[in-house]
Design a protein around this ligand. Structure first.
Ligand SMILES: Cc1cc2nc3c(=O)[nH]c(=O)nc-3n(C[C@H](O)[C@H](O)[C@H](O)COP(=O)(O)OP(=O)(O)OC[C@H]3O[C@@H](n4cnc5c(N)ncnc54)[C@H](O)[C@@H]3O)c2cc1C
Length: 379
């Protein structure tokens, strides 16, 4: 004998930062019966391994910049908003290039950012870059784009804060409940997993899992689960403020993690096969641009699983009556919370008139890749 299906008003599929974020914002909008189901554990998607950079710069579209403004404000005020602590490491963010073409894009992006009332961006000369970051060799650089008030967070802290604040408003969360299929029937949306749930409304925020969930409804998202490798060094540059540094030309990425540095290569194709290969690629790139890092000892290896694909913009909005979706292919830590909030407002029919998410509609055809260090990658 099968057990009868459970009923809820709103089912959110995916217990990462943004699934729980949408659930919290829906509850704040007055939806009283919200259940989040997560296939594994919180953070087993992209959220758990995220670098968590929150930056205003490096974006070429006003919607991205507006989401950065709101995202930065969110992350700097998590405790006030959600009642749970979340450190913001204001280390600053530095993009480097030695090519005239990329320097021109950075200049354009900085001008757009400034025209939108975010003046915290400076284009630095090579010797100013070397003064700011002790391990950079300015030879061959054209400029550095620098935003001192940017920084990084632990997205898992934000997720915990959303869980805490959501629970206070009655949001329920169930782990180890993978949705294998969604089906619309006359009495509502049926979600099939370890048992069956009937919901009046479903919001799919399942990261790369959204591809499979939404295919039956004619939405074929260009999004897949990638493998990202990084390493942690021994303690380095004690007492120095080390910003997050991305060398756009090589993909070399450096982030302060406590006393150590986290090193990675972004947008490389093929990506690092394993951690030894990653270190080889990094040392090769660092030889010219960051020779001061070449001799650091590696003490820890990290593996994470970002959702990649698409053009760098998220997929968000209504799929069909009663079915909504949100999926990021990058930037979902910094842009996720404001987009989750705006989506929740659209779902309850009180859209935010100041944030038009239609350019990122879930049914749009993806455009050109926008992430500077992924422009030349083929996957
Ligand atoms: C290495 C790395 C570096 C990053 N760096 C940055 C950065 O610097 N700045 C930034 O803004 N962003 C960054 N990101 C991206 C950002 O972290 C993500 O965009 C964001 O965390 C996505 O959150 P999410 O809740 O949308 O998705 P996820 O965290 O992927 O959550 C989706 C959840 O859905 C669950 N799920 C999947 N399928 C199903 C199913 N069928 N049923 C139930 N549950 C399901 C998964 O288990 C998962 O927990 C990075 C990501 C990685 C991995």
């Amino acid at each position: 004998m099968s057990t009868p299906a459970r009923s809820v008003d709103t089912l959110v599929v995916g217990g990462g930062l943004n699934g729980v974020g949408v659930a919290y914002y829906l509850a704040r909008e007055g939806v009283t019966d919200v259940l989040v189901v997560e296939a594994e554990e919180h953070g087993s998607g992209a959220t758990g391994g995220s670098m968590g950079n929150v930056r205003q710069q490096g974006f070429g579209h006003p919607l991205e910049i507006e989401c950065s403004r709101r995202g930065l404000d969110f992350w700097k005020n998590v405790e006030e908003r959600l009642g749970a602590p979340c450190l913001f490491h204001e280390d600053g963010y530095l993009l480097l290039t030695g090519t005239a073409q990329t320097a021109a894009i950075l200049r354009e992006q900085a001008d757009l950012q400034i025209s939108m009332g975010l003046p915290d961006v400076q284009l630095l000369e090579p010797d100013e870059v070397a003064e700011l970051v002790p391990f950079i060799d300015p030879e061959g650089l054209i400029c550095g784009s620098w935003t001192p008030k940017d920084g990084h967070v632990m997205p898992m802290d934000g997720l915990s804060a959303f869980i805490h604040a959501g629970r206070e408003l009655g949001v329920k969360i169930q782990k180890r409940w993978p949705v294998t299929r969604l089906e619309r029937k006359p009495d509502g949306w049926h979600a099939y997993g370890p048992d069956e749930i009937v919901a009046q409304r479903v919001v799919a925020v399942a990261g790369w899992g959204n591809r499979e969930l939404l295919q039956p409804f004619g939405v074929d998202l260009d999004i897949y689960k990638a493998t990202h490798r990084a390493v942690l060094t021994e303690p380095a540059f004690a007492g120095s403020r080390i910003p997050t540094v991305i060398d756009i030309d090589t993909g070399m990425a450096i982030e302060r993690e406590g006393e150590a540095l986290m090193l990675a290569m972004l947008g490389r194709n093929p990506a690092a096969r394993d951690h030894n290969h990653l270190v080889e690629l990094f040392v090769e790139a660092a030889a010219d641009r960051a020779p001061g890092l070449a001799d650091l000892k590696i003490v820890h290896e990290l593996t994470a699983y970002p959702a990649l694909g698409g053009d760098g913009h998220p997929y968000v909005g209504k799929v069909e009556e009663g079915l909504w979706a949100l999926a990021f292919t990058g930037h979902g830590a910094m842009h996720g919370p404001p987009v989750a909030e705006a989506l929740a407002r659209s779902i309850v029919d009180r859209p935010d008139p100041t944030l038009d998410l239609s350019p990122w509609d879930v049914r749009r055809t993806p455009g050109q890749r926008t992430v500077l260090w992924r422009r030349n990658a083929t996957s």
